[in-house]
Design a protein around this ligand. Structure first.
Ligand code: SAM
Length: 284
């Protein structure tokens, strides 16, 4: 009788599928596959894992886990896999929050629009060693369920005196509170014009609601977001969003027409335009 050996099976799979794997999972190694497999224990699970890899499904969705900033997040098809470049937004937000907190008497308040897995809001609240009040919104109730689940698992990693609320909302619609910080990593790919740049695995597996906006609604969608952010911020508060490298310079000009100063496009670590930020001012 043939003895089952996971190592032999994995090496055989890796040898046969090497080109496909290198194409679909840049940088993936045999040892990474072996380490992913260590989370499973039956032959049926191993086979299911290999079959999903053969289809090109992102590893994060196969394992329902993604690493972002300093934590592990549950992810499923309702949410975008959080990207490493978005960690810059958390770093910048945390620096701003620490500075602002020294200048105010009340509790620091922030909102994360389009929270998805909750990666931004939950990473920020963990980074701050003073009590804060945060709101995380998403138009997708499926995404919010994922964010709430992550909050349940990560709630011990932030101050008991901090609180996070999760709300279904279209951008800031219906949110009456004011904030010191408005954050967002919204959908920012034009459904038609920008689509050719989207990797086929992203297109196939990630929620389109998290990725795309209709070309003809793109500018008005952001105009509304900028207006809502302006109205929701206290004076001196910051708006910080992630965006598309091809559109941020144009959007900078639009944001400057609202009550914002020090409006800047910020690059990511690959040198690409990635973020837009501004400080709320009273222009009159
Ligand atoms: C690019 S994903 C970002 C997810 C998460 N914040 C992250 O950085 O990993 C955009 C998110 O915005 C949500 N979204 C799309 N349209 C929205 C809207 N009009 N209002 C609020 N959220 C929206 C999507 O459901 C998705 O979760």
């Amino acid at each position: 009788m043939e003895v089952f050996s996971l190592d032999v099976l994995t090496e055989k799979f890796y040898g046969e599928e090497r080109d496909f794997l290198e194409n679909h999972y840049p940088g993936i190694s045999l040892s990474r596959i072996k380490s992913e497999l260590s989370h499973y224990s039956t032959e049926t699970e191993y086979t299911a894992f290999f079959n999903q890899l053969r289809k090109g499904k992102p590893l994060e969705y196969i394992r329902s886990r993604a690493y972002f900033y300093k934590s592990e997040f549950y992810v499923d098809g309702n949410v975008l896999i959080p990207r490493s470049e978005t960690e810059i937004l958390v770093e910048q937000a945390s620096l701003f929050a620490k500075k602002m907190n020294r200048q105010i008497d009340e509790k620091f308040k922030f909102i994360d629009i389009g929270t998805g897995s909750g990666a931004i809001a939950l990473s920020l609240v963990q980074e701050l060693d003073f009590p804060v009040s945060g709101v995380a919104t998403d138009i997708s109730s499926g995404a919010l369920e994922v964010a709430k689940k992550n909050n349940f698992f990560l709630r011990f990693k932030y101050s008991k005196e901090s609180n996070l609320e999760f709300k279904v909302a279209d951008r800031l619609e219906g949110i009456k509170e004011k904030f010191h910080l408005v954050l967002s990593n919204p959908p920012y790919i034009k459904e038609s014009d920008d689509r050719h740049k989207v990797h086929h695995q992203v297109e196939k597996y990630e929620p389109h609601l998290a990725l795309y906006l209709k070309d003809e609604e793109y500018d008005s969608w952001f105009n509304k977001l900028f207006k809502q952010a302006q109205d929701a911020l206290f004076e001196g508060g910051m708006f910080y969003m992630e965006g598309h490298e091809d559109h941020l310079e144009y959007q900078k000009n639009i944001l400057e027409k609202f009550d914002f100063k020090d409006v800047q496009v910020v690059k990511d670590y690959t040198g690409r335009d990635r973020f837009l930020k501004g400080i709320k001012t009273c222009k009159n």
